[in-house]
Design a protein around this ligand. Structure first.
Ligand code: ADP
Length: 274
């Protein structure tokens, strides 16, 4: 009897192991398929974004050579300046893609929010100053930490703050440009929200916000990759990102799992439910 039970348990364990392996493989395939689909979309978008400045570079270079032959260095020089501008633009495009091409997986560890917010604000300061925006932040408990990757979380926050400032560009000169950066502790999760007082999300934006290459910004200013990248980063960290129309303005909420400070060791520990 005992032998039969042991055999039954062994059989059950084997089936569980097989099923787990199947599910893991299926998940890997789903991730790969998703990445490939995104890659296809990106390849189309990138070739479109790069082919136009490339064609312009060709024409400008031909013209510059011709102008030098005709002994008109001033006109040749202005063509060369345009060439420089196009190179900068193509560099920006390639730079955005680099963030996507990172190979190493996110390293999840406790990230104290106070520090992340401080370095995000430092990174964004030049743009904030130039756009005369005020960023209001809630005070954050020194002990409050989330499970994630600090550098990537900063990338996401910088991106949301930049978008908020871009959105408020259309406001009248005298209107106050204000962004509220709030932290809400729910216990096992923490929400960071970025709310601006701009025009808010259009119907079109609400429908396509997180799709790669969706942008309403002029060519050269936005590639439409910011939010799709941010979403991929946040998901990789086990969190989620949502957007809402805030009347006035738009609000983006990042919800992350919390990491706890162990009072005896003084170290941050991953959430207990893991
Ligand atoms: P990009 O900034 O290059 O356009 P994103 O993916 O970051 O790419 O944003 C996509 C689009 O979403 C923007 O072009 C804009 O139309 C809309 N959007 C993003 N953030 C905001 C915001 N805070 N307010 C209004 N619209 C926004």
């Amino acid at each position: 009897m005992a032998h039969e039970r042991a055999q039954a348990i062994e059989g059950l364990e084997r089936r569980i192991a097989e099923r787990t392996a199947e599910l893991t493989a299926a998940n890997d395939v789903a991730v790969q398929t998703g990445k490939l689909a995104l890659l296809g979309q990106m390849a189309a978008g990138i070739s479109h974004e790069l082919s136009q400045p490339l064609a312009a570079l060709q024409t400008l270079a031909d013209n510059a050579a011709e102008l030098l032959k005709r002994n008109d260095p001033d006109s040749a020089s202005s063509n060369l300046q345009l060439i420089g501008g196009l190179c900068t633009r193509m560099g920006t495009i390639v730079g955005e893609l680099k963030a996507f091409a990172r190979k190493e997986p996110a390293r999840l560890q406790p990230v104290p929010l106070e520090q992340v917010i401080a370095s995000t604000l430092m990174l964004i300061e030049p743009i904030r100053h130039a756009s005369r925006t005020r960023i209001e932040t809630s005070t954050v408990d020194t002990d409050l930490a989330i499970l994630g990757d600090g550098i990537r979380l900063e990338q996401v926050l910088v991106n949301l703050l930049r978008n908020a400032m871009d959105a408020m560009e259309v406001m009248e000169a005298g209107a106050e440009r204000l962004i509220e950066l709030r932290v809400l502790n729910h216990g096992d999760t923490v929400t960071l929200s970025v709310r601006d007082h701009g025009p808010g999300l259009s119907k079109d934006a609400r429908a396509h916000l997180f799709e790669p290459f969706f942008t309403t910004k002029p060519s050269g200013k936005g590639l439409g990759l910011g939010l799709s990248l941010s979403q991929a980063i946040v998901r990789e960290m086990g969190g989620q990102i949502t957007a809402s129309h805030a009347e006035p303005g738009a609000q983006f909420d990042l919800t992350m799992r919390r990491a706890y400070l162990d009072n005896t060791s003084g170290r941050f520990e991953p959430p207990p439910f893991d």
